[in-house]
Structure formats: C-alpha cells, structure tokens
Write a protein that binds this ligand. Structure first.
Ligand code: MG
Length: 380
C-alpha cells in the first residue's frame, strides 16, 4: 500500500478520497489545498501525521495557519507539486481547474500512480502527460466516473479490439426544459443536479453539457482514440457509468449507484478491488433509459467535438473560456445560454496554436481567459 497524497483535499473528491482511505485503512502522507481554510484546518487536525501544502491565501491567513501546524505545512503552488513528487505515493489529483496540470505533471515525472479527477489536465495536455508517464513508468487511473467505467471495461481487453467508447450523460437538470426558457435559468436552478453531488463548476458544466464535451476530450486523450470513436448517449438514471463497444459488436458496460467512492477506490486498488465500497445494487423497479443528445439544447457538446477535432490548443481554450463563463454565470453577469457563446467566440478568436510544452498550454489558457472576459464584458 503506497501512501496517499490527496490534492484538493477540501473539495468533493478530496473529502471522499479521505473517506475511502479510512475505510480501506490506507495511510495518507500528504494533503494539499488551495487556501488555508477552516475546513483544511479541521482535516489537518484529525490527521497529525500528514504533510500539508497550501497553494495560496493571504499573509495573515498563512501566519495563523502556521501557528497551529508549524513544522508540517508549506506554502505556494510548488508545495503542492512537492507533495505530488514524493517518491512512491499514489497521488489523488482532485484539484479543480488547470491549476491541477502542474501537479499531474509533477506526479507523472516522479513515476507515481495518479488517481486523476482533474480532467483539465488530460483535456489540455494529454499528449504531454502520456509522454511523461511513458518516460517515468508512472501510471494514470481515471477517477472521473465515466472514464473509470471505460477503464474498467477495457481491463483485460486488447486495445486493438476497441471500436468505440460510449460516454453516458445524465443530461443535467434541463434535459426536458423548453430551449427558449434556458436563457433565464438561474444559478440556483443550474446547481440542482438530479443525480450527482459535485462542485459548483462541474454542476453548471453538467447543465450545459460542457462537462460531457470535456469528457469526450478527456476520453480521447486517456484511451488514445480518434474523436469519432467517442460517442455520447443521454442516460438520465446515471446507473450505466459508460460503455465500450468492441469490434465483434459486443458492448461492455459498468453499472452501479452514482457514488464517486467507487472510482476513487478502484484507482487506488487497481488491478484489485476493495471489498464493500458500495451496497449491492437493487435492480428491482429500476428502468434504464437512453436517448441521443439534443445538440440544439446542448450546443456546448457539439462545440466540444469541434475543439477535440481541432486539437492542439483548442481543448485548453475550450476549458478556460468555459471556466470564465461559468464564473460569470454564477456571479449573475452572464446568461445561461451565453456560456456556450463565450466559448465559441473565444475558440474563433484565438485559432489553434501548437502545444509542445506545459508553458504552451498555460499560455493558451491565459489568452483564452482574457479573451473570454472581454467577450463577457462585451455581452453585458
Ligand atoms: Mg464525469
């Protein structure tokens, strides 16, 4: 059992990772978070053996935090990278946003196993991460529920026999709304996800289906597929987490209650399975429904396929402009349907740059953010 390092520990994935670690009796060597919050202090108090890394926070906040946790806390983004690069640990990257990329890279360089919940890393810099893992002998196990499902379905199979992967999507809270009503959607309405309990950005991204678009790009990179080998199907019950179709026509699916503790545990224990992570699933009375995604209702999905086809900097630009637009929506500065317009304008405005390094990815991200902010300012 290699000790765990949990980055983004105060977030939804981070907290559930600690729960899983406790359930499995797994040691936790380090925890990392964005800010020195009360939530982080509480976690740190209950785990006196762990190293703590804090990326940001004001000088005052840091001083106060240091008083209690002197000797085991370090500050700055490089402190989180340091935890990711401890030799022979399993790194759970549950950080939200592209700030997670340097952490994924640090863990990959160190040859560690990465339980990756930070999809932005793979979306924006998939080829760079794969190259680093090949060099170091590290491994990456997806924690995103769909990608964990695909990974589980592919385990034991010859990659050559995979014809396509089928990502399931709940369709979010607006699957059945009239398209005309979508512009007046409020943040509270968009934050009410029917099946999964997640962070704010990912919940809004589920409502626009930008999340699924990012997952298409993530799947393409993780499993080295052509864009057209990644299909999306709406499945409102979120019981089938995703599927793989093989060249003989056979389809494997991974099913279960929507609970992130399963993909987290699998990423830690793979190729073995831990006992009793989920209660037995009761199929009685459960009906499973599937429908094709409506691209008029969810133009962000169609746009995601375009960005995936463009490749290079386009997925990073998609991700960054979406993040900025979602923040503007949550702040009441942008309409719900305009989130997708901002992504589209930013992609068009920036064109495609080649990506050879993390610096290139971060540059594309910065440019996309400022162009998206300008587009939002223009829209108000
Ligand atoms: Mg997902």
């Amino acid at each position: 059992m290699k000790p765990l390092v949990v980055l983004g520990v105060t977030g939804s994935i981070g907290r559930q990772s600690l729960e899983v670690a406790d359930q499995l009796g797994w040691p936790v060597a380090g925890i990392g978070a964005r800010r020195p919050s009360a939530g982080l202090a509480e976690i740190a108090r209950s785990r006196p053996e762990t190293e703590i890394a804090v990326a940001g926070g004001s000088l005052e906040e840091r001083e106060e935090f240091s008083r209690e946790f002197r000797g085991r806390v370090s500050f700055g983004p490089e402190a989180l990278e340091g935890l990711a690069a401890i030799p022979s640990v399993v790194v759970v990257n549950g950080v939200v946003g592209l700030v997670g990329l340097p952490l994924t890279m640090a863990a990959a360089k160190a040859g560690n196993r990465i339980a990756l919940a930070n999809k932005e890393s793979m979306v924006a810099a998939g080829p760079l991460i794969r190259r680093e893992l090949a060099r170091s002998g590290g491994e990456l196990i997806p924690v995103d529920s769909e990608h964990s499902a695909i990974f589980q379905c592919m385990t034991g199979e010859d990659r050559e026999s995979v014809e396509r992967v089928i990502l399931t999507a709940s369709g979010g809270p607006f699957r059945t709304w009239e398209v005309d009503k979508l512009e007046s959607v409020t943040p509270a309405e968009a934050l009410a996800h029917p099946n999964w309990s997640m962070g704010d950005r990912i919940t809004i991204d589920s409502a626009t289906m930008a999340n699924k678009a990012l997952e298409v790009m993530e799947a393409q990179q993780l499993f080295e597929l052509e864009v057209d080998q990644v299909e999306v199907v709406i499945h409102p019950e979120s019981v089938v987490h995703s599927m793989v179709r093989f060249r003989d026509g056979s389809i494997k699916a991974q099913l279960g209650a929507p609970d992130m503790r399963l993909p987290i545990a699998y990423a830690l224990t793979y190729p073995e399975r831990a006992p009793d992570i989920l209660k037995p699933f009761d199929f009685a009375g459960v009906s499973l429904n599937f429908e094709a995604p409506d691209l008029t209702r969810f133009p962000a999905l169609a746009l995601g396929y375009s960005a995936a086809r463009l490749g290079q900097s386009a997925p990073a630009v998609y991700n960054a402009s979406d993040e900025v637009a979602v923040a503007a929506f949550l702040g009441g500065r942008l309409g719900f349907r305009s989130i997708t317009s901002v992504i589209e304008q930013t992609l068009e405005g920036l064109g495609v740059q080649s990506v050879e390094s993390v610096e290139d990815v971060l540059a594309a991200d910065r440019e996309a953010r400022s162009l998206a902010a300008a587009a939002i300012a223009g829209a108000c």
